[in-house]
Each structure stands twice: as structure tokens, then as C-alpha cells.
Design a protein around this ligand. Structure first.
Ligand SMILES: C[S@@+](CC[C@H](N)C(=O)[O-])C[C@H]1O[C@@H](n2cnc3c(N)ncnc32)[C@H](O)[C@@H]1O
Length: 424
């Protein structure tokens, strides 16, 4: 089946080649990036081109949907232009040559057909005629409604770094989370990432070094609210969405000192590690360090001391995933990038993990974060404990503070420029 869907790259339309309609429907049951998918019947750069392409579409492919006992309706959508009702009707009338045999039914048609017109991405430069036209049979809509229904704005328990609902769903999709999976987030925070996995039927749990976050205590992150309420916690979030039975638990624990026995296995590890950009990076200290820090020791019920260096966070995370994922299980996490230094080589690797994808989310002119997806392809063996050779890949992150300084230099320069521009 040739199909296309609405998505946002250089054009909001994308032509795909998929093996079957069922696969197209399966895709749309999961995606929060695409609006709709259609079976493409015709495509052209002008109306004439579209019509001749439609006339060439095999009749036997159209016939099952055009029979006399089936009702239909045609809808018109223009991207980057508003069409009047009159213009829409005119376009529908011009498609009269299609061999429809059934009756029109606007309320509950058996089949819906769409004429889609693309007027480009620039709202300040809308061409008179569309640059691309498509006609097709509607198959399914995507899950974009989830972005609204799971919005952080309406969520019971949130923190300063709660993951945006759309990104959390994208991460769960990259993690290929499916019903009855066990999904783990070693830096769980308010559990924002796990909600999406629970929505897809997984059992979720995590750890966080911060006692207050895990227990839903302390200062509230919402404006006009000083302290967190008695029922502001991860469990209450899952309850809010009817997903409480998918919540296993969250433990107060330091990700640099995993608490799992050898043999504990997860289907996916989905996480947003602390990079010291919006939150402090820290880990429990050594006994020596702890002795030095006695008065801070009780503050969080565990002694938190040394900075957890970025290179160590990444090193530990990959090693942990290599050891505790099932074969075929996925690690999905965000990697902060200082753009001028980015090359694919700086993405940390591990012999047990294959890099599946690295997708950029631009944050400023100098900084981005990459959504990294890796899949476990090899059993973790004793020699994998010793992955020193690969440490070279962690070099850009080795000097934690200098990375942060660079990262912030971009952000501060941008803010300074914005402030300057606004004063002009
Ligand atoms: C970016 S936030 C995660 C936010 C989370 N995705 C959410 O939606 O709320 C990173 C979390 O890592 C925690 N953290 C920092 N150092 C840690 C460590 N060594 N072990 C475990 N958690 C740690 C922080 O307390 C913070 O909650």
C-alpha cells in the first residue's frame, strides 16, 4: 500500500511505502507525531497532475471502496492556507470523474476520502497554488490527543524537570514498550517518563536519589502553591490516568550504585539522566567522603556528596543497561550536546548495545539534546565489566564543569542577545 501521513519535516506530508493496511493501523495506534494516515490514490504538483495520477490509479484498487452499497464523503484540507467553504466544494465537485457509485453521507460515511493541498511551511510566503496535492482514502488517525490528555499542566504531581508528555510517548515508542513489559527509569523524578510506558501496558518502576521526590514531599513546582499536598506523588499520577495497577514502585537509591542482583532483567530502560543543567547531579559518597559530611548526612536520609560527573553517569548507565536489559531490550535516554563539538562519534557505545537512532531536539543556537536509542544485542559477559577502551568516547563529557560552562555559554549568549534585541 502506498500511504502518506501528516508529520512535520520540510513538509507536513510524507509518502511512505508500507506492506499492509494493518501495519499502517498499528503504527497509528502508537504515534504521537503523525496526525493521520491515508492510502494514496493520486499525487501531483498541480491539479492536472493530480487528476491524471488519479486516472492512472488501478480501478481494481478503488472499486472495493466505491461500491453502490457504501456511503462516502470527501474532505478538503489545505496546509498553510485557509480555504473558503465555496472553494472546498468547488474542489470536491471537480473530482466528479472518480467512479463513485455509493451515496454521500456526511455524518457516518463508510469511507472518507481526503484532498490535501500543501502550501509550504512559510506563513509569510503563501503561494497562490499548492506546491503538492494528494488524494487518498483515510485509514486511521494517530494518537496526538494523548499529548493533551496527559499534559503536564493538568498532572497531579510535577517537578521542575517533569518530562513533556509528547516526548515521553516518543521515548516509550523508541523503547518499543508493549503490554506486560517491565520498564525501569533509574532517574525517575516525578515519574513523567513512565506514565507513557504504563499507558502502553507496561509495569513501571524506578529509582531516584532524592528522598523528597520519591515521597512527594517538599516544595511544590507549581506557581501559587508553596508545599506539595499529601497525595502528590508518582502513584497518584498513575492513578489519575487509571494506570495505578501498572505501578510497581519507586525506591530511593543512587544510580551509581545499582541495587539489583545479577540476573535482574528489564524489557526497557527509559530515562532522562541528571546533567546538572536543570538539576544537581549527585551521588552517594564513599565512606571517607561520608565521614566528612556528617551534618549533611541526615538531610536526605542518605549521604549525598560528590558531584556525579556526566561521563560517569553515561558510563554507568550504559553498563547497567548492558547488564540488565533482556536481549532485544532497549535503552532510551537524552544526551546533552554542545553543538559545535557534536559528531556521531561522541555518542557513548558499549559492546553489548547497538545504536539504533539519535534524534536531535534543538534547544538553542549552541545546544541540543539527542534522544539516543540503543538495543541490547549481546549477552553481558565478564569481560564487559572492563570496557576501558571505550572510555575515549566519553571524553567530551569527562570534564563535567567545562561541558556545563560551554552548554550554558550558548544559552546565556542567546538570552543576552534576546534581551538586547528586545531593547532595540
Ligand atoms: C532530569 S530529572 C528526571 C525527571 C523525570 N524524567 C520526570 O519526569 O520527573 C533527573 C533525576 O535524577 C535524580 N538523580 C540525580 N542524581 C541521581 C543519582 N545518582 N541516582 C539516582 N537519581 C539521581 C534527580 O533527583 C532527578 O529527580
Amino acid at each position: 500500500t502506498a500511504v502518506f501521513l501528516l508529520s512535520f519535516f520540510q513538509s507536513p506530508f510524507w509518502i511512505l511505502s508500507l506492506p499492509s493496511e494493518d501495519i499502517a493501523k498499528g503504527l497509528m495506534k502508537r504515534t504521537v507525531c503523525a496526525k493521520s494516515i491515508f492510502e494514496l490514490w493520486g499525487h501531483g504538483k498541480s491539479t492536472d497532475e493530480l487528476y491524471s495520477s488519479l486516472k492512472n490509479y488501478p480501478l481494481e484498487n478503488m472499486a472495493p471502496y466505491l461500491q453502490s452499497n457504501l456511503t462516502y464523503k470527501i474532505k478538503v484540507h489545505a496546509f498553510n492556507k485557509t480555504l473558503t467553504q465555496e472553494e472546498k466544494i468547488q474542489r470536491i465537485d471537480s473530482l466528479e470523474f472518480l467512479p463513485f457509485e455509493g451515496k454521500v453521507n456526511l455524518k457516518k460515511p463508510d469511507n472518507i476520502f481526503w484532498l490535501l493541498e500543501d502550501y509550504g511551511m512559510d506563513p509569510n510566503n503563501i503561494p497562490e497554488h499548492p506546491i503538492d496535492l494528494y488524494f487518498g482514502r483515510w485509514i486511521a488517525n494517530g494518537q496526538r490527543d494523548l499529548i493533551e490528555s496527559y499534559s503536564v499542566k493538568k498532572r497531579h504531581f510535577i517537578g521542575n524537570t517533569s518530562m513533556d508528555a509528547c516526548l515521553a510517548f516518543i521515548m516509550a515508542n523508541h523503547g518499543r514498550v508493549k503490554p506486560n513489559d517491565v520498564v525501569f527509569d533509574p532517574f525517575i523524578g516525578t515519574g513523567g517518563l513512565l506514565i507513557a510506558s504504563a499507558h502502553f501496558g507496561a509495569y513501571v518502576f524506578g529509582t531516584d536519589i532524592d528522598y523528597s521526590t520519591v515521597h512527594g514531599l517538599g516544595k511544590a513546582s507549581r506557581k501559587n502553591q508553596k508545599w506539595r499536598g499529601p497525595d502528590e506523588n508518582i502513584r497518584a499520577n498513575l492513578r489519575q490516568y487509571g494506570l495505578e495497577k501498572h505501578y510497581l514502585d519507586a525506591f530511593v537509591s543512587d544510580a551509581s550504585r545499582p541495587i539489583w542482583r545479577k540476573g535482574a532483567q528489564f524489557d526497557a530502560i527509559i530515562t532522562d539522566p541528571p546533567y546538572g543543567i536543570r538539576e544537581a547531579t549527585r551521588r552517594t559518597g564513599s565512606q571517607k567522603e561520608m565521614a566528612k559530611m556528617t551534618e549533611r548526612g541526615t538531610e536526605n536520609h542518605i549521604s549525598i556528596s560528590s558531584n556525579y560527573h556526566l561521563s560517569d553517569i553515561l558510563f554507568d548507565l550504559l553498563k547497567f543497561a548492558a547488564e540488565h536489559l533482556v536481549i532485544g531490550g532497549r535503552l532510551v535516554y537524552w544526551l546533552p550536546i554542545y553543538k559545535p563539538e557534536y559528531t556521531e562519534e561522541i555518542i557513548p557505545r558499549h559492546p553489548c548495545l547497538k545504536l539504533i537512532s539519535n534524534c536531535e531536539q534543538t534547544l538553542s543556537s549552541h545546544t541540543s539534546r539527542y534522544l539516543i536509542t540503543m538495543e541490547k544485542v549481546k549477552e553481558f559477559e565478564d569481560e564487559d565489566h572492563d570496557v576501558h577502551i571505550l572510555e575515549s568516547q566519553y571524553l567530551p563529557y569527562k570534564s563535567h564543569n567545562s561541558f556545563r560552562d560551554k552548554y550554558f555559554s550558548g544559552v546565556t549568549k542567546r538570552i543576552a542577545k534576546e534581551e538586547k534585541d528586545s531593547q532595540k
